[in-house]
Ligand binder design. Structure first.
Ligand code: ADP
Ligand code: MG
Length: 333
């Protein structure tokens, strides 16, 4: 037995080394941008997840609307600040998307959110007169980009909350890919960004949450893309039996209340997914469907109040309805 022991030990060691190379995985869970986040990276370069996390924290420092040291805070309060390419590009992107979505995505909505108490937690239903006064300061046309500087008309404030997590998820994917990671699942508070397939080579299964329950209305089978969901079912307050959610219709200054419960957008770019999931949720089902027909650079899943899940034709094959959700499934063509 004595002679066999070193050989046995060698075999065990070899086995452990080869297993750990094959099964290398880095999982990080952290809290940033006011939500829970996780990064699961696979393969021998999976440690790059640490850099991806640092990048999220850097972006939070730059883009936070509440942090007194952020660039957005400085811009909103007329303080002098060096605007980073991240902040400048994301402001420009939001302004473009605001125009493209007919103002449904509106990076100048912040004064309205403040009035509702969404950023402070001092929730209240504002006086309609006050809301219409504040709405006069809402609009992409009230922001001027001049080279590397941004100027805001009086009373105008920026909030990139509708696009920041999507942008951050795309930055994470870039870092992981550049580090040689071929398989990763990035989940920034429900903003999903997938790198490649699962480590076993099969697509990822991403659940589309049931906005009214605990489970899922269905599962998306996806590879190397982003999937972002927006809805008013996660951040809201209730007053006099009415639910007031955190996504505001810029046309009224009131939380969105239409035929949609949630919108999930699937595309190759996480920033686009984030911008569109918010904007399409504001539009309501019919306008959102039309926006898809006019653009077709993304796919979408709409969960509606009439117990029906509408799925655009390009993603229909990859979506499996959870029969137990009791929802009907319809295709949008
Ligand atoms: P989440 O942040 O929950 O992932 P969204 O991406 O839809 O959801 O962004 C919602 C956030 O965007 C709100 O918390 C608010 O900061 C901001 N916001 C609310 N309404 C709008 C709007 N119409 N356009 C742009 N930003 C909005
Ligand atoms: Mg969004």
């Amino acid at each position: 037995m004595k002679r066999f022991f070193p050989i046995l030990l060698m075999i065990i060691c070899l086995c452990i080394t080869s297993c750990s190379n094959k099964d290398h995985k880095t999982t990080l869970s952290f809290y940033a941008m006011d939500t829970f986040m996780s990064i699961d990276a696979y393969g021998e370069n999976s440690q790059a997840a640490e850099q991806a996390k640092d990048r999220v924290l850097e972006l939070e420092d730059r883009l936070s609307v509440t942090d007194k040291n952020s660039e957005i805070f400085a811009i909103n309060n007329g303080l002098s600040v060096n605007i980073s390419p991240d902040t400048l590009n994301l402001i420009c992107y939001s302004l473009e998307m605001s125009e493209k979505t007919g103002g449904a995505l509106n990076p100048t909505i912040y004064p309205i959110l403040l009035e509702w108490g969404f950023t402070t937690g001092n929730y209240r239903v504002p006086d309609p007169q006050r809301l219409s006064e504040l709405l006069e300061n809402v609009g992409a046309d009230k922001v001027t980009v001049n080279g590397g500087s941004i100027s805001l008309a009086d009373g105008v404030m920026l909030d990139l909350g509708a696009v920041a997590k999507g942008y951050a998820s795309e930055e994470c994917a870039k870092i992981l890919r550049e580090s040689g990671v071929k398989s990763a699942l990035i989940n920034l508070g429900g903003n999903i960004r997938l790198v490649g397939n699962r480590p076993d080579g099969t697509p990822w299964n991403i659940g589309v949450a049931d906005p009214l329950g605990e489970g899922y209305v269905g599962i998306l089978s996806l590879t190397d893309c982003a999937a972002v969901t927006s809805g008013n079912y996660q951040r809201y307050f209730i007053e006099n039996d009415t639910v007031y959610g955190h996504i505001i219709d810029p046309a009224t200054g009131f939380p969105v209340d239409n035929d949609l419960l949630s919108v999930t957008v699937i595309a190759n770019d996480g920033t686009l997914c984030d911008a569109l999931s918010t904007a399409l949720f504001v539009m309501g089902c019919e306008k959102a469907e039309q926006y898809w027909r006019d653009n077709r650079d993304f796919e979408a899943v709409f969960v509606t109040k009439n117990n029906t899940v509408y799925v655009t034709s390009g993603i229909y094959q990859s979506f499996t309805l959870d029969e137990s959700s009791g929802s009907a499934l319809k295709i949008i063509e």
